[in-house]
Design a protein around this ligand. Structure first.
Ligand SMILES: Nc1ncnc2c1ncn2[C@@H]1O[C@H](COP(=O)(O)OP(=O)(O)O)[C@@H](O)[C@H]1O
Ligand SMILES: [Mg+2]
Length: 315
């Protein structure tokens, strides 16, 4: 008995010419009404996983069930109950903003009058009414993305998949889109989104699965993921010069879990606790390299990611 919105089991994908497994044994359970985030760096397997869930990519192993329907058994039935916003702009450039939504509704078998009403309602909801007659190329990145979401939910899908919905948007448009996505959840739509922005996952998602190299490393609420870090902190030291042996010396300090170059001439250190003595010891060890600035970050999903992979999600 499958009760969730999306159930992924032992999912695998090897692309025909790929030697690596893009998806390597992924298990996920997305509950109805949940805003679920798949967080990972470029190449982690997010788009492939979403591609399989949305019937665009065939798995080479395992299964995905969406709203009780197996994606490989009845892909057409799955497509009727999902909405999809892909990583790339797929708006019809030959149609107006209004027509993009209207024809989508018609395609999903709505009558003319119903489709017209739905298109107008959505343009209003997504603050695009004034641009109804514009062509997609005339829209800003933020508007185009709002239109893609409006179109994706036009046939009232139960599950909406958003692949990197805010990639490339300016900060203001990103926040506007977060409001929209948060609003959808309040309407009861299950939302599965992928992102490589930790702040996005942390602020928006009920639960987050961190994916890396085709595998899920952890899956929990952002709060629980951060709490399980045992109160570690990220300490960043700006230095006059980064001496090659400094990282080793920092790693030997009591209470230090990891120390890496931050790629800008400084170091990023993850501690295992919030003990002030660790900080004093770090500054003392780094002193010969000229400590210009010290910053201490609260633990975040970024800290979780670094702790799990030893790498920075931004790199
Ligand atoms: N069509 C494809 N053919 C071959 N390899 C692919 C294809 N699409 C993605 N890949 C590879 O699969 C891995 C996962 O890619 P992807 O799912 O796009 O990750 P993400 O969305 O997290 O960046 C990467 O190594 C990528 O190069
Ligand atoms: Mg992708």
């Amino acid at each position: 008995m499958i009760d969730g919105a999306v159930t992924v089991r032992a999912l695998e994908k090897v692309y025909p010419r790929g030697r690596v497994k893009a998806v390597d044994g992924v298990d996920l359970d997305v509950a109805r009404g949940e805003l679920f985030g798949l967080l990972g760096p470029n190449g982690a397997g997010k788009t492939t996983t979403v591609g399989i869930c949305t019937t665009r990519v065939l798995p080479t192993g395992g299964s995905v069930v969406v709203e009780g329907i197996d994606v490989t058994v009845d892909p057409a039935a799955v497509r009727e109950c999902i909405g999809v916003v892909t990583q790339y702009n797929t708006l019809d450039r030959a149609c107006t903003v209004w027509e993009n939504v209207y024809f989508h509704c018609r395609f999903f078998t709505m009558g003319r009058r119903a489709a017209k009403g739905r298109a107008e309602e959505l343009l209003e909801q997504f603050r695009l009414t004034e641009r109804a007659g514009s062509m997609p190329d005339e829209l800003s990145g933020g508007m185009a993305q709002r239109l893609q979401v409006a179109r994706a939910i036009a046939h009232r899908p139960r599950v909406l998949f958003l692949d990197e919905p805010t990639a490339g948007l300016d900060p203001q448009s990103r926040i506007a889109l977060w409001d929209i996505v948060g609003g959808l959840r309040r309407e009861g739509i299950t939302v599965v989104l992928t992102t490589h922005y930790m702040e996005e996952a942390q602020r928006l998602c009920d639960r987050v699965a961190i994916i890396d190299r085709g595998r899920i490393l952890v899956c929990d609420t952002p709060t629980a993921l951060v709490r399980d870090l045992d109160e570690g902190r990220v300490v960043e030291l700006s230095l006059d010069r980064l001496d090659g042996r400094l990282l080793d010396r920092l790693r030997r300090v009591d209470g230090v879990a990891a120390a890496e170059s931050d790629g800008r001439g400084g170091v990023r250190i993850r501690t295992t606790g919030a003990d002030g003595r660790v900080l004093a010891a770090l500054v003392e060890v780094a002193h010969p390299c000229g400590v210009r600035d010290v910053s201490i970050g609260e633990p975040s999903l970024e800290t979780v990611f670094i702790a799990l992979t030893g790498r920075d999600l931004r790199e």
